[in-house]
Write a protein that binds this ligand. Structure first.
Ligand SMILES: *Cc1c(COP(=O)(O)O)cnc(C)c1O
Length: 857
């Protein structure tokens, strides 16, 4: 039996408490702890039961509590003050970083991600990618960047983890009630719920749009679980990373194509889009289709415009993170669409293929994104390098260092992740600037001024709080598992609040090697049972529901944690999420990470630990490869960044290094206590790490980098291309076609260098070459000397390019170009000459895939 009608019943709200709801509906509370504290102080138990979701919390408060609060003057004063803070924050309107003039009125940047981790109370994230997206929005808000974001409202979020008594991961999927979450439905002009639709194999699928306020930023979430849809389509937004490949395709069509339609329906006219992972790459196609339809552009001109105003960030080198769809799966969904774009089916498929001629290749979303965007990047310097290698087949003629994928290293939103106690200390010593301007080195210089004792006491208090939290959680999880009284008693006594505490929490993907620590259990047990210098571990993390290898790692770890030797000093917490993570970042002494280089694209958990004065101990992968210093003054490394062919051997070697570092460096430094029982050496490192890394690995710095190298240039390019009825976009497309047809007739001959007999460091070599342009204008090309040191095989080990200038005279169609190169160090040195297409509106000469190298002989 189903009811005829359903209502949402909400408490009767005393008018004076209305500001509470305003605070609850802006996720600003997730980085303004006073607000979260205000909620918690009303009813700690209920706050926890509602999983830190303020809307559910307020709606469940008993009417009597509400009425009491409405007469509590202290509470009301505090509420007024916090609401005023929010208002002040929201009214700030100037962009505080360099940005194109006049672009601060409307959101000009649309950010796309399949997941967002903003707060525990809005569980639409799985891990690093989502939390990074959340931190991006928070910094964009703090910096007043004109950005709007698109995502999906998952009815069941990602899964919730619990363990069977023998340590096997089980998944549970609570159903979330969006009416009870900090999101509001968007309405159309008639005041009805706004719906957008996408086409799936001829079926129309509708999505309702929800708005989430993240400070000044709006995040719009799509939701297909509505009565207008057939049952199978309601499932599209049920689970993050659930379902099969076809479900993933549906989700990506919804995010990309549906996302662009949503922006349009809401009246936004973003100039640039930022695609995170290939998941949203269909957004590029949909933009092209719209420019063709609305402005009458050809596919080529529209594609030129879209690519010039798109940014693509790849976030992982792990193959499973790069979706590939078989052409047979794609065909029913995109054959018509290809026709609308004026593309033959094979040409369409080529957009997603590394080798456009290879019919056997699946359609890869990362390749599509790379082809539809002129500004591409990885998420750390090392990952930029890895990505250029990984995707070099998309630009087959280029040396790998010219593959147009750069790097913007990730950062974390410091005000979100710093413990409130430590934040007070920062306020006192650095001033409130550290929240607003955490990438200013001057601000973090002030960490030096913090008293050693004060910093250490604060840190110790946070460790104690972590241990309290672990005991409570462990108790609850054992109880849920049906544990006996005696086991429950153990839970109350695990871990020592004074002991050196190492945290390890992350997804249990095999490349993260969670069990590296277990490879010599005897040595491990010896370390944790040293009663004068005890060491203890806290673990947490989920394995993907289909990843049995990952689940085995969890089981192995959990079973060890439960042995008699380890049960007091090694704990595995179930259901890793932002809350567990926060306690761990706040209260551990060491953050350990053991990825197999180079598979960790960046890794952000270590940064969150770092901004709490926690020291990192990690393989030199991702961000740590660029952050660590060889003198260990900022934390420790496992190995020196070696990569191995034999992974078992690698695991062996690196596990030995891991134990060595723990035994010889980390434990002794921690327990070397001086006056007042302070570990001065350790505190020195905490401060060094905060001071040096604090201003760098923040999302403010990251968002500023994106604004400078990506958003700004892309917006300016967009403005130039659309002017005068898209004149420049049309010109550029025309020019590109011309280059494509004429390019093969270019020739280089007679490359010469002045031969001084001997070449000295710092003395220029003059290079000349004869070029036959065959109808291409000299300004359409850039002729370059490509030079640098070469190795014993005659390959360039580094390279530099110098532009060659044309001479006035031509002879039989051959024109002499001339340039100079300067060898900067002694050794073998080589050069060659190449030609690239050049156009003032082309963001990147490499994007056409055209190049001509001087040939031997
Ligand atoms: C930061 C964070 C991650 C990502 O951390 P990695 O270092 O990339 O593994 C995952 N989950 C949570 C809850 C986080 O806070």
């Amino acid at each position: 039996m189903q009811p005829l009608r359903v209502y949402s019943v909400v408490p009767k709200l005393p008018p004076r408490l209305k500001p509470l709801w305003e605070l609850a509906y802006n996720l600003w509370y997730s980085w303004n702890n006073e607000i979260a504290e205000l909620f918690a102080q009303v009813d700690q138990k209920l706050w926890r039961e509602c999983e830190l979701n303020p809307v559910a919390f307020l709606n469940r408060l008993p009417q009597r509590t509400l009425e009491n609060l409405a007469t509590d003057q202290f509470f009301l004063d505090r509420l007024t003050e916090l609401r005023r803070n929010l208002e002040t924050y929201l009214s700030k309107a100037t962009i505080s970083i360099p940005f194109p003039e006049g672009e601060n009125k409307e959101p000009v940047i649309a950010y796309f991600s399949l997941e967002y981790g903003i707060s525990k109370g809005l569980p639409i994230y799985s891990g690093g990618l989502g939390i990074l997206a959340g931190d991006h929005l928070k910094s964009a808000s703090d910096l007043s960047l004109p950005l709007v974001a698109i995502g999906i409202a998952y009815q069941q979020g990602y899964f919730r983890q619990y363990l069977t008594p023998d340590g096997w991961q089980q998944e549970r999927y609570p159903v979330y009630d969006f009416e009870q979450m900090p999101m509001t439905p968007c309405l159309d002009a008639d005041g009805k719920r706004l719906l957008i639709s996408v086409d799936l194999k001829g079926d129309r699928v509708f999505a309702q749009v929800w708005r989430v306020a993240v400070g000044r930023i709006s995040l719009y979430l799509l939701d297909t679980n509505i009565q207008e849809n057939q049952p199978q389509f309601k499932q599209i937004t049920t689970r993050l990373y659930g379902g099969n490949l076809e479900m993933r395709l549906w989700q990506e069509i919804l995010l990309g194509i549906g996302g662009i339609k949503t922006l349009d329906a809401l009246g936004f006219k973003p100039k640039v889009i930022h695609m995170n992972e290939g998941h949203s790459a269909f957004a590029g196609l949909e933009r092209i289709r719209r420019f063709m339809e609305n402005a009458g552009l050809t596919f080529e001109a529209a594609a030129e415009l879209v690519a010039s105003s798109s940014i693509f960030t790849t976030h992982t080198p792990v193959p499973a993170g790069n979706d590939r769809f078989p052409p047979d799966l794609m065909q029913p969904y995109f054959e018509d669409y290809a026709r609308k774009l004026g593309l033959a089916w094979k040409v369409f498929l080529a957009l997603g293929r590394e080798d456009p001629r290879n019919d056997a290749e699946p359609f890869c979303m990362t390749v599509l994104a790379l082809r539809l965007s002129r500004i591409n990047n990885g998420v750390s310097i090392l990952h930029g390098f890895v990505s250029r290698n990984m995707w070099k087949r998309v630009w087959p003629q280029y040396p790998v260092e010219d593959v147009p994928i750069g790097a913007v290293t990730n950062g974390v939103h410091v005000p979100t992740w710093v413990a409130p106690d430590l934040a007070l200390l920062f306020d006192r010593y650095m001033g409130p600037n550290w929240r607003e301007d955490p990438d200013c080195p001057r601000v973090f210089e002030q960490t030096e001024a913090i008293s050693d004792a004060e910093l250490w006491r604060t840190h110790e208090r946070l460790r104690e709080r972590l241990i309290d939290f672990v005991r409570r959680r462990l108790h609850d999880q054992l109880l849920a598992r049906g544990a006996k009284r005696k086991e429950l008693q153990i839970a109350e006594e695990v871990l020592d609040p004074q002991a050196l505490t190492i945290g390890f929490a992350r997804r249990f993907a095999t490349y993260k090697r969670a069990t590296l620590l277990l490879s010599d259990q005897e040595r491990l047990v010896k370390l944790i049972s040293d009663s004068s210098r005890p060491l203890q571990f806290i673990f947490a993390g989920k394995a993907h529901p289909h990843d049995n290898e990952g689940k085995k790692l969890i089981q192995q770890l959990v079973q060890l944690c439960e042995t008699a030797e380890c049960r007091y000093s090694m704990v595995f917490l179930e259901d890793y999420d932002m809350e567990i993570a926060s306690y761990m970042y706040h209260g551990c002494d060491v953050w350990m990470n053991t990825p197999r280089r180079p598979l960790e694209a960046c890794g952000t958990s270590g940064m969150k630990a770092m901004c709490n004065g926690v020291l990192n101990f990690s393989t030199l992968d991702g961000w740590w490869a660029e952050a660590w210093k060889p003198d260990n003054s900022l934390g420790w490394a496992i190995g020196l960044g070696e990569e191995y062919e034999d992974v078992q051997y690698q695991d062996f070697v690196e596990s030995q290094m891991l134990y060595n570092a723990l035994e010889n460096e980390i434990v002794p430094t921690f327990y070397e206590r001086g006056h007042g029982n302070l570990p001065r050496g350790w505190i020195r490192k905490m401060k060094e790490s905060l001071k040096t890394l604090g201003p760098v690995f923040t999302s403010h710095r990251m968002v500023e980098d994106y604004a400078r190298v990506a958003y700004g240039p892309a917006i300016e390019n967009y403005n130039r291309l659309v002017k005068a009825e898209f004149a420049a976009a049309k010109d550029l497309a025309q020019w590109r076609m011309e280059m494509m047809t004429k390019w093969s007739s270019l020739n280089v001959r007679n490359v010469q260098a002045t031969d001084p007999g001997q070449v000295f460091v710092g003395e220029p070599i003059v290079v000349t070459a004869e070029i036959s342009l065959n109808g291409i204008r000299p300004q359409d090309v850039r002729v370059e000397v490509y030079s640098g040191p070469v190795d014993y095989e005659g390959k360039f080990t580094q390279r530099e390019t110098t532009i060659m200038q044309p001479s006035d005279s031509t002879q039989d169609g051959w024109q002499v170009f001339r340039g100079e190169v300067m060898p900067v160090e002694a050794g073998r040195f080589g050069f060659t000459v190449r030609i690239l297409p050049h156009h003032p509106l082309l963001l990147d000469s490499h994007s056409l895939g055209l190049i001509k190298w001087a040939e031997q002989g």
